[in-house]
Design a protein around this ligand. Sequence first.
Ligand code: MN
Length: 703
Amino acid sequence: MAFEDLKQTLAQYLDEDALLSIEKAYELAKKAHGTQTRFSGEPYITHPVAVAQILADMRMDPESIMAALMHDVIEDTEVTKEDLSKQFGPHVADLVDGVTKLAQISFESRVVAQAENFRKMLLAMVKDIRVIIIKLADRLHNMRTIGALPPAKRHRIAHETLEIYAPIANRIGMHAVYIELEDLCFAALNPLRYALLKKAVVKARGHRKQMVTHIQEAIKECLLRATFTDFKVIGRQKHIYSIYKKMRQKHLSFNDIMDVYAFRIIVATEDDCYRCLGLVHHLYKPVPGRFKDYIAIPKNNSYQSLHTTLFGPHGVPIEVQIRTKQMNKIAQSGIAAHWRYKSPGSQFDKVQMRTRAWLMNLLEIQQETGSSLEFIENVKIDLFPDAVYVFTPKGKIIELPAKSTPVDFAYAVHTDVGNHCIASRVNRHLVPLSTPLSNGQTIEIITDAKTHPNPTWLNFVVSGKARSSIRSYIKDQKQDEMVAFGERLIEAALGQLSISLEELPAESLENFLATLELSSMNEVYESIGRGERNSLLVARQLAQTLDEKYKTSASITSQVLSIKGTEGVLIKFAKCCWPIPGDPIVGILLPDEGMMVHYEACKKIASARKKDNLIRVEWETNSQHEYEARLDVELENRRGVLAELSVAIASTDADIDRIHSDNIDGRFACITFIVGVHDRTHLAHIIRNLRKVNKVLKITRVH
Ligand code: MN
């Protein structure tokens, strides 16, 4: 029986007391799941027992084993978190709660539910990393038994596992789980290809056996001669999915990949690693440029090893990894090794610290991102395994996702450094902020307190941290503008009712806020600026809270919103009717974007006009801003005419923003100019100048 097997494994490393508690947890889970079955028809309890077995094989602690046995009871049975807390203590209850999904009801779609659940798990993981270890074991068993599920569900789960859980397993160094998950996903998503590749691999291994033994013996002999006693030389096999990935990403053939012979040498001490490296470099010539020292600079998941590639017998490439036993344990089980080999101050503690640092980084990203979908996107980027290692001017190593830029670096140092960076030096040379960084460079960031993040940075930053910080800055920025804009809209709307915002008594504002259940006028302004509330309606509501005596018509001068042209992103000018100062104009609110200003007679806004959705606006007198206007010029084609037209426009000090020309039939052409002008007088000046150009037939301003 499965639980008996589990007990046997546990007895190898846990004491009587622990075993008793675990048995209690098992009894509770068994009773709670009762007659529930899995898709395969087996009793449900077989699943939590199998998950606990996976963790027991990793030598995880008793609390994790108990939580694994009960991991589905909150979600699928009547048992509550409080019940668990009372019987098994708060830690076990928190662990189970951490892997429990949120109630399904409240989500608009499965993707959102997935993202929200992931966010919840992550927060639990920050408190206790064992949550993700249990979740991974759960996922591993589900993937091992995925064949029982209907195809659509199989596909969805395999996909999610490949995108999120396998990379997380890799990120926290649980290598064995990682490769098993990847192969199981590959087999579930692409069964034919998986079967073919697997067959080919088995066949190739048969052919290679002789060569493998030959190289293995040569290395052993060489180490023995150098008086090594405590070591192992292992022939290494790539997992199926990694072969598939290599074939696809590097466009290699199956034979190209299988022609590489891979070995792992495990020795006693770090010194031995370097000594061993020298020996194998002496045995076979190393391939230049392929040596990597992950002992001095561990990978982000704490992986340590020396990597080198050699020219073997007959020139066959040999890949060698050299590491100590301890490094090997971490390479296999990563953070999970921490519970198995508790020894303060050891490498295992460092694994723990690095994992914490990663979680803290995720937490920061999550605090800066609004939606859980955006968050999960950022996490996926950060899980991308390739990294570059660069240095601060003081020599501190900073690890970034591959293709990171100085902006990513700046945000990795500190959010404030990122927000205010204006330039960067790489190895003492000034480079653009968008330059991709390479390993080993020293990066210096030049900041200026007065500058702000530039939205165009989003086009080149790669780290989740930089991306989420820049987005959050832009969002805050836009929010301030929305508030200011909403305030102007409400002022104008009140003006139409002969009320001034400044003169409204505080008491009536408070009453008004209470009826809306909002806490500040800024929230009201923001919702108006965003187009969620109509300024006229709000103004009328406000007016109703007033006594007659406050309506002082005399103090109101302007009843409409005036446009300066410098409002920024919130006021846009329509590209159908190209309004400029002097034109009669109206505004239309676009939800969440601000206001679009149209020429009053523009046909595009006919439907809004019917519904009375337009806002009265007017131009601010003497605005110095430039506005785009469109002129269509019909003329007889001749050489040099475009240059003459351009000169005619430029002589009025106007900018030509765009030109587009249509040959009508070879003899005639229509040229469209988008010109930057101050107002109608300026435009009239341009039209007069254009008329003077020879062979111009017709000039139309397009509304
Ligand atoms: Mn489960």
